[in-house]
Structure formats: structure tokens, C-alpha cells
Design a protein around this ligand. Structure first.
Ligand code: SF4
Length: 203
């Protein structure tokens, strides 16, 4: 539908992105009654894209490094981020819902920018992400099948970690002293950024 561009100033003091505009509202082919939104951030994303891509579980991300295009399967829809700052969001109820969702991503983008500026970000983890499978993760878990995480087996939990349906913090036994070796091997496998991406919140 034809429309006047709608601009939303979200983060007045944002270090990289401050505002987002909805440039087009289209019918969504995926579900009747829903819309597809085209949006434009007020900054390009080239610099932060590799760090931004590393913030999500592998099962939720499709990242094309040479084009710096990131597609996420999240919030029950597909959202694509382009290096120009363009965003496409499918299957959305209305513009208000789209802005609410994109505000959270803008906050994450600004965090990634600060990390890259301080020299702590920018590591391209896409290759590392593509090599991590459920067995790699399983080998670093306690392997007791205790079900404390709400999943029947440690192997099933590994698969849910990669798909983004479970988070590492749900495996409480990893914090026990007897599992410190497992935790260390997990840190070695993933590194700090991917530990965080998979939902680790401990030290
Ligand atoms: S809580 Fe940890 S050790 Fe227990 S089943 Fe889940 S993944 Fe395995």
C-alpha cells in the first residue's frame, strides 16, 4: 500500500542507530491478514554485522559473510538485516508490533557497535558457528540425563541449544564443582561470545 514514510526516534543518544523508518507496508504472503514491513535504520550496519550475527543461536541464524546479510528466524517470523541498514520483517500484525520488536534489535546493534569500538567485537564467528554440531556440545555437557533443564536427555538438550529453543543457563549442573572440566571444555569450544549467544549467564 502507498504510504508516507513513518520515522521513529528510538534512541536519541544511540551510539550507532537512533531511529528507524517504516518505508513500505505490504501484505504478507505467509499468513493472511498479516503484513510485511520494509524498514530503514539511520545508519549502515557493515561494521557491526559479524558481531551482531554472533549474538544468536546457530539454529536461528543464516548469515552470508561476503554479503553481510543476516536473516533471523525469531519472534515467530523471519527478519532480514542488510548492510545498508535496510530491514525486512515478515508476518507482522501491524507497524506498532514491528517497531516494538525492532527496538530490541536496535539496542543489541548499539551494544555490538560499542563492543567493536572497544576492540572486543568484530570477530567473524560465522565459520565457527557452522562447524558446531550437537555432538560437539553434548561432549561438553554433564551427560547425566538428569532432566533438570526440562529436556529428557543431554543430547536432546544439545539439539535444542543449537535451534535456540533452550539456553545454556538451563543446565544448572554445569555450575557444580564436579562439572568444572566440562564447563571449561565448553568455553574452549565456544568462546565467550558464543557462550553468551547460547544463553550462558554465569562466570
Ligand atoms: S540439565 Fe544438563 S545434565 Fe541434566 S539433562 Fe539437561 S543438559 Fe543434561
Amino acid at each position: 500500500m502507498e504510504m508516507k514514510e513513518l520515522k521513529f526516534d528510538i534512541f536519541k543518544e544511540g551510539p550507532l542507530v537512533k531511529s528507524v523508518s517504516i518505508t513500505k507496508i505490504m501484505p504478507c504472503m505467509a499468513e493472511e491478514g498479516r503484513v510485511k514491513l520494509a524498514m530503514q535504520l539511520d545508519s549502515t550496519l557493515d561494521q557491526v554485522m559479524p558481531t551482531f550475527a554472533s549474538k544468536f543461536p546457530p539454529g536461528k541464524v543464516n548469515y552470508i559473510p561476503h554479503k553481510k546479510i543476516l536473516t533471523l528466524n525469531t519472534h515467530e517470523r523471519v527478519i532480514s538485516f542488510f548492510p545498508s541498514g535496510k530491514i525486512m520483517m515478515m508476518n507482522t500484525r501491524d507497524p506498532e508490533e514491528g517497531i516494538e520488536i525492532i527496538t530490541g534489535f536496535m539496542e543489541k546493534i548499539n551494544q555490538c557497535y560499542l563492543e567493536s569500538e572497544s576492540g572486543n567485537g568484530g570477530e567473524d564467528l560465522s565459520e565457527k558457528l557452522s562447524k558446531i554440531g550437537p555432538l560437539n556440545l553434548y561432549n561438553c555437557l554433564p551427560q547425566t540425563n538428569c532432566e533438570e533443564c526440562g529436556t529428557a536427555t543431554c543430547m536432546a538438550f544439545s539439539m535444542k541449544l543449537l535451534s535456540g529453543d533452550s539456553t545454556l543457563k538451563q543446565c544448572k549442573p554445569l555450575l557444580k564443582a564436579e562439572n568444572s572440566g566440562k564447563l571449561n571444555s565448553l568455553r574452549e569450544l565456544l568462546g565467550d561470545q558464543l557462550m553468551e549467544s547460547l544463553g550462558w549467564v554465569g562466570n
